[in-house]
Design a protein around this ligand. Structure first.
Ligand code: C2O
Length: 551
């Protein structure tokens, strides 16, 4: 057994992008943060020391945390935050997972700059045969010239949409299409005729992204640290919190320069000019003579592989291609039967503006977001500790409604008046250990259709079905894929549609479920569930570590 130890110092660091210098929140002064690389089966210990005058926590996104919920990281769900000057050592084992994940801060909007890759090398050789020349991390993020706390606070205070970031980034670099940014461009040198493994991570706060490389195809082999049936595509779609590992074969003849652009831009966004929404980097073939081209020559960058903004047809096609590998070595353990089905709406709500407030949401109201019309209120204490010590009064209640509160229609007859006002609460539901659980996530259209990348903590799940419009409980389950559905930790619920996920609830603890668009989580698009201890000691939550932070 190997234990791998890491030290994370959360600290401010002066960073300049787009000709703006600011104090950026970082881990060890790095942006993006350090990569954690471990082997399947390793014990991991990360000592996080908080050197700033604000609270923080770190989440190991997609790591199962079997029986070690104390190390999961979401503030006030599984722990109280680490206060300035204090430290906390996250201890967990990485078992039965392999591939690319990410870690990120899980307190307010600190994920804006506090994130990095989490790589798990497999015990067994890769199930794809291509010999890999080298690995290339491709981590997407967003850069704000403004202070991110101020962006978040203004959004919450006035119930308005958040100001968008000033640029998307690849490995912290916006690239040459942004003003004052040519020198901050990601460039990777490759050899012709080799296979590269790209570990693609979307750590952006608020946007699903398309990504492509000019003239090259990408072969998807793994998502969210689970192998897939390999498939080749000209572009990928990736939601915040998702990871996608692809093979890249450098099979092009170098063109006049030997340099090929790679680019990412949002799937949905308020329509912004192309040049302001696209982060660009470059692949440079070894021996190529050229330099990358200045932004004025965008037309020559051959970005034609990249789908257009709002290309839902591409997004749908891409999602349907994702299948579990489902081999004898890596079987697909999708539950064929379920013990419980929870159907929940995922909604944006427009609330009337309270008399004593100023609101800047649509029509002078303020925005919230909800699941089954309850907008999640973050408690003041750790939900996991409350559950563990059986002192839940005043922290949460176990009455999350398991069905939508009233008849709804994704296309709402009068979508601006119907079911707009949400209720508030810290609600979860409880399931016995080992429950085969189905959750149907129903997007609604009260404001306007949106994609919601829904993330479940502590469990992977299988996406057994999805579609547009309303989920039909008497018809849709008959069409589920119970053979090789993709296994993930974050599902992009189709715009104006639904997704059904199944999991075996066998990890005791309190687990957060939320939209991985930070704006929506802040508005309350979240809930949680408790998985109770099982009959065997090996099915119980371990006791809390001694250095667990207190509220
Ligand atoms: Cu990656 Cu709860 O988050």
């Amino acid at each position: 057994e190997t234990t791998r130890r890491f030290e994370f110092n959360v600290e401010w660091k002066k960073v300049t992008r787009l000709c703006h210098t600011k104090q950026l929140l970082t881990v060890n002064g790095e942006y993006p943060g350090p990569t954690i690389a471990v082997r399947e089966g390793d014990n991991v210990e990360v000592k996080v020391s908080n050197g700033i005058a604000k609270n923080t926590t770190i989440h190991w996104h997609g790591i199962r945390q079997f029986r070690t919920g104390w190390a999961d990281g979401p503030a006030y769900i599984t722990q109280c935050p680490i206060r300035g000057g204090q430290s906390y050592t996250y201890k967990f084992t990485v078992e039965d997972q392999r591939g690319t994940l990410l870690w990120h801060a899980h307190h307010s909007w600190q994920r804006a700059s506090v994130y990095g890759a989490f790589i798990i090398y497999p015990r067994m050789p890769y199930p794809f045969s291509a010999p890999i020349q080298t690995e290339i991390p491709v981590i997407f993020g967003e850069w704000w010239n403004a202070d991110v706390d101020a962006v978040e606070n203004e959004m919450l205070m006035f119930g308005k949409g958040a100001n968008s970031s000033d640029g998307y980034t690849i490995n912290g670099l916006p690239g040459p299409l942004y003003p004052c940014s040519v020198k901050d461009t990601f460039m990777e040198t490759v050899e012709r005729g080799k296979n590269y493994l790209l570990r693609i991570i979307n750590a952006a706060l608020n946007d699903e992204l398309f990504f492509a490389i000019a003239k090259h195809t990408l072969t998807v082999v793994e998502v969210d640290a689970v192998y897939t049936k390999p498939f080749t595509t000209t572009a990928i779609m990736i939601a915040p919190g998702q990871t996608t590992t692809v093979l890249l074969n450098t099979n092009q003849l170098p063109d006049s320069t030997g340099i090929f652009a790679m680019a990412a831009r949002p799937y949905l966004s308020s329509v912004v000019p192309f040049d302001n929404s696209t982060t660009v980097g470059f692949l440079k073939y070894k021996g190529a003579s050229g330099n990358f081209m200045p932004p004025t020559r965008l037309d020559r960058l051959q970005l034609y592989n990249l789908p257009e903004l709002q290309d839902t047809a591409f997004a749908t096609r891409f999602d349907k291609k994702l299948r579990s590998l489902a081999s004898s070595q890596y079987p697909c353990n999708v539950p064929k039967k379920i013990d419980k089905r929870v159907i929940t709406t995922i909604s944006l709500n427009l609330q009337d503006c309270p008399a004593n407030q100023t609101c800047k949401g649509y029509k002078g109201g303020r925005f919230y977001a909800s699941m089954n019309n309850f907008s999640f209120v973050r408690p003041q204490l750790s939900m996991l500790e409350a559950y563990y010590h059986n002192k839940t009064a005043g922290v949460f209640t176990s009455d999350f409604p398991e069905n939508p509160p009233k008849v709804f229609d994704y296309a709402g007859v009068d979508r601006l008046t119907e079911n707009m006002n949400t209720e508030f609460g810290t609600k979860l539901f409880r399931v016995p250990h080992g429950t085969y659980l189905e959750i149907v996530l129903q997007g609604t259209n009260f404001l306007h259709p949106e994609n919601h990348p829904i993330h479940v903590h502590g469990h992977n799940f299988f996406i057994v079905g999805s579609g547009f419009g309303n989920f039909n409980v008497s018809k849709d389950p008959d069409k589920y894929n119970l053979i090789d559905p993709p296994e993930r930790n974050t599902v992009g619920v189709p715009m104006g549609g639904w997704a059904a996920i199944r999991l075996k609830a066998d990890n005791p603890g309190v687990w957060f479920i939320h939209c991985h668009l930070e704006e929506h989580t802040s508005w309350g698009l979240a809930m949680a569930f408790v998985v109770e201890n099982g009959p065997l000691p090996s099915q119980s939550l371990l006791p809390p570590p001694e250095d667990l932070p207190q509220c």
